[in-house]
Design a protein around this ligand. Structure first.
Ligand code: ATP
Ligand code: MG
Length: 177
């Protein structure tokens, strides 16, 4: 299918700013009354991210759904529950993408879910291909697969030049969550 009326964007790389850039696009879209869906992978319900709390409380145009646990996922041996949740997230995202209900869908950390073997890359390519022609997509997370970048229209790599974490600054409310 030709998707001239929408694009697929990838935010990847080791530098900070991928998830927040994706939420920035949602703000932009919501400002035009557009409907946005953010599907978050590998993030549990217990994490209080300011952007998700704000959307839930005050921005009806931005719906955020999480498919993850509050534990770290092991890259070597992911728990069965982590795999199941990620695959549920992909199924949910595919339905939403096909439905045409959304102008913008963010699959947050989907690149990491693929990198960790929780999700088959083919499933992501299917979402890119089969989405409604009006539905824009944003795929975030480090180590985006080449196939995903090739199938997308815009790819931005956040480059790590410096990060305060390496100077011992802990995760800060307002900056990290
Ligand atoms: P943000 O959510 O702030 O937009 P991100 O989505 O680009 O960041 P992730 O790779 O998802 O970053 O990592 C999540 C968290 O790890 C962020 O809170 C961020 O501050 C921190 N982080 C990002 N890049 C680095 C890095 N290179 N080294 C250490 N911590 C990092
Ligand atoms: Mg992120």
């Amino acid at each position: 299918m030709d998707h001239k009326e929408s694009v697929c964007i990838v935010y990847t790389g080791n530098g900070k700013g991928k998830t927040t850039a994706a939420f920035g696009l949602c703000m932009r879209a919501a400002g035009h009354g557009k409907r946005c869906l953010v599907v978050q992978f590998m993030k549990g319900p217990g994490n209080e991210y300011g952007e998700a709390s704000l959307a839930a409380a005050r921005i009806p145009e931005i719906q955020v759904v999480r498919f993850g646990r509050d534990e770290f996922v092991s890259k070597e041996q992911p728990a069965a529950e982590d795999v199941r949740l990620a695959q549920d997230g992909v199924a949910f995202a595919l339905d939403a993408a096909i439905s045409g209900k959304y102008d913008l869908i963010v699959l947050d950390e989907i690149n990491v879910a693929v990198d960790y073997g929780l999700v088959d890359v083919q499933r992501v390519l299917q979402i890119i291909r089969e989405r409604h022609p009006h539905t824009n997509l944003v795929l975030t997370g480090r180590n985006a697969r080449d196939e995903i970048c090739e199938a997308s229209d815009t790819v931005t790599e956040m480059k790590l030049v410096k990060h305060h974490y390496y100077a011992g600054v802990p995760a800060l409310e307002c900056i990290e969550y």
